[in-house]
Ligand binder design. Sequence first.
Ligand code: GLP
Length: 242
Amino acid sequence: MEVVVLPTPEDCGRVVADVVTAAVEAAPGGVTIGLATGSSPLLAYRGLVARHEAGLRFDHVTAVLLDEYVGLPAGHPESYREVIRRELTDAVGIDPARVHGPDGSAPDPLQAARHYEALVTSLRPVAVQVLGIGANGHVGFNEPGSSLASRTRVKTLTEQTRADNARFFDGDVAAVPRHVLTQGLGTIGEAEHLVLVATGAAKAAAVAGAAEGPVTTSCPGSVLQLHPHVTLVVDEAAAGQL
Ligand code: GLP
């Protein structure tokens, strides 16, 4: 695992944007990239938008999302599909038909999980997968206890994750869905290059567990230690327990 410690979140965003840019430029004939939501990658996405405005083209890019809430109607502003369109893909000119995520509004979430697993498989290789990490070590929505070999499936969020994400729902924990669809840790691990970005002291324990702790389902991020190409991009606060 390559660990890159940088002074500020802005520096982290620049490095993650560099990695994605390199993948986009390396494959002008078409490339799949994996995107994460949450606040951690936002500075990287802003950097990519700025590069697009300076001429970087994304029309050959297909994007796959990690996860989605179950039960939000399609088009809900906090559904991850809408978030990624708002924060990145519309602004860099990726056709919405090439932006894929699990269908959290499907009547049968189990079927939606199987469908998404097959779709991601069909769009491989995923050249680079951007990741964040939850304070409890979750990756995507693979909460502690998730099998390290898991595939796309329905998960139940912990109360901590619902509380952490309430800020996106006007602070109302009750409005945060209980169930989600997420790529499994095994699914995520099939991307060629994993780039995990984390900033701030609240992530320090999760970062240390992922990078240096035992490989355990108690810290889903620790599965990254088994992957041959991982770049961990952290600011000094998030690196505080390394
Ligand atoms: C969310 C997302 C994850 C994200 C994590 C951290 O629940 N499902 O993909 O990495 O939690 O979020 P943030 O970056 O906002 O701290």
